[in-house]
Ligand binder design. Structure first.
Ligand code: E4P
Ligand code: PEP
Ligand code: MN
Length: 444
């Protein structure tokens, strides 16, 4: 399969693209990216596809999480380690408490571009272009900073490379060794009720590992974990420049991440994002919001996975807690009845955002849980598999979502609100979510 021309993709009138003032500078950045080494290997993408096929068959569960928007300034050892650590802790809870293999995917090492509801942002009577992620422009509210700069695409590549390098070191070099389960539970989280609950599981796992070692199991088995990168494939210049023909199979892969997805705002059937991703062989996702009809979903599946390859396509539904129980059943039913191979994953974040009276964008922890519960209930009633969760989270003690065991209030949001886009679950809320989902999984 060939790679479509970048110009042909632009001719389709893609949504949510930056308006660059200097085309020459764009060409320069794209030329630089085209010669840059791949960030991931096609074979790794295939491995993830095999794992997602197991998710679609009901034999594994997908945990996908990370920032709404990564930032260049956030590429620090602490920040990357904290995100990885919370995902590892969540994966341990899910695997141990629900006895299900967990496929671990970060919204990490590439999640720098944001679609926005509005092209403009107004503060105190001043209107400027909206922030579209560090891939496009700066978060500072000044005219200079908000001008889209294509050099940032090269910075995305370099930041992703640095992040992925550290992630690979952590997951293969001993940090993610299962025998370290206790050490991931350090600092503020350890004293919380959910941290205590985690301690208990960690103790049980440690005893089980000691036992297995005593009976001769190979300790290397516990030494490393598989972890994959993912992001929304949004800026066409970047994703196109990172799409390469794999020498093993002679087919194109987007080597900017293992898994890429199409957002709710760019999933139009005849548009550029669907067209580009239909040509790559990575495992891919599509976000499906509450306006999605069964025909939309079937048409997307036909275009993006015409051969019905297992593991290729994940539908990430994001209906909102109030809509999922009514909206999801007919979608799942029709897709299932058509024999379409798909992994169903729940994003319980994007349908539940609201603005607090203080002006902060936030989400209620209870709404997040209610949407996941609705997702599980719908799948249980249809006999289909609730394949995973896709969440915005961080490993830090931020105050961006309200509720949870710490009972964060709207008045607390200003304490430590660090997201440059959507509100993320903090570490305690993320662990609480993992325990609640593990319970739902046990029942499923
Ligand atoms: O992350 C998702 C979108 O980019 C985000 O929800 C859009 O936010 P906005 O409605 O503030 O533009
Ligand atoms: C933009 C996002 O989501 P959606 O496309 O579902 O709105 C996101 O995942 O950050
Ligand atoms: Mn988001």
């Amino acid at each position: 399969m060939s790679i479509p021309d970048l110009a042909a993709l632009h001719a389709l009138g893609p949504a949510q693209q930056p308006t660059y003032p200097d085309r020459g500078a764009v060409d320069g950045a794209v030329a630089r990216l085209r010669t840059a080494p791949p960030l991931v290997f096609a074979g790794e993408c295939d491995d993830l596809k095999t794992k997602i096929a197991a998710v679609a068959r009901g034999e594994a569960f997908l945990l996908q999480g990370g920032d709404c928007a990564e930032t260049f300034a956030g590429v620090t050892a602490d920040n990357v380690r904290n995100k990885l650590r919370v995902l590892l802790q969540m994966a341990v809870v899910l695997t141990y408490a629900a006895s299900v293999p967990v496929v671990k995917v970060g919204r990490i090492a590439g999640q720098y571009a944001k679609p926005r509801s509005s092209d403009l942002e107004t503060r105190d009577g001043v209107t400027l272009p909206a922030y579209r992620g560090d891939a496009v422009n700066g978060f500072d509210f000044t005219p200079e900073s908000r001008v889209p700069d294509p050099q940032r695409l090269v910075d995305v590549y370099n930041s992703s490379a640095a992040t992925l390098n550290l992630v690979r070191a952590f997951v293969t070099g001993g940090y993610a060794d299962l025998r370290q389960v206790h050490t991931w539970n350090t600092d503020f989280v350890r004293e919380s009720p959910v941290g205590q609950r985690y301690e208990q599981i960690a103790g049980e796992i440690e005893r089980a590992l000691t036992f297995m070692q005593a009976i001769g199991a190979d300790p290397d088995e516990f030494h490393r974990v598989d972890f994959h990168s993912s992001h929304e494939a949004l800026v066409l210049e970047y994703e196109h420049a990172m799409t390469r023909v794999d020498s093993r199979t002679n087919t194109p892969y987007d080597v900017s991440g293992h898994f890429v997805w199409i957002g709710e705002r760019t999933r139009q059937l005849d548009n550029a994002h669907v067209e580009l991703l239909s040509h790559i062989r990575n495992p891919i996702g599509v976000k499906l919001g509450p306006t999605t009809t069964p025909d939309d979903a079937l048409a997307l599946a036909a275009k993006l996975n015409p051969e019905n390859e297992p593991g290729r396509l994940t539908f990430i539904t994001r209906f909102g807690a109030g809509k999922i129980r009514d909206g999801l059943p007919h979608l799942v039913e029709k897709v299932n009845a058509a024999g379409v191979e798909v992994a169903w994953v729940c994003d319980p974040m994007h349908g539940n955002t609201f603005e607090a009276s203080s002006g902060y964008k936030t989400r209620r922890f209870d709404d997040v849980i209610e949407e996941v519960q609705g997702f599980f209930d719908v799948h249980r009633s249809l006999g289909t598999w609730p394949g995973g969760v896709h969440v915005e989270l961080t490993g830090d003690d931020v105050t961006e979502c309200v509720g949870g065991g710490e009972e964060l209030l709207e008045a607390d949001l200003g304490g430590r609100y660090e997201s440059v886009c959507d509100p993320r679950l903090n570490r305690v809320q993320s662990l609480e979510l993992a325990f609640l989902v593990a319970e739902m999984l046990r029942k499923a």
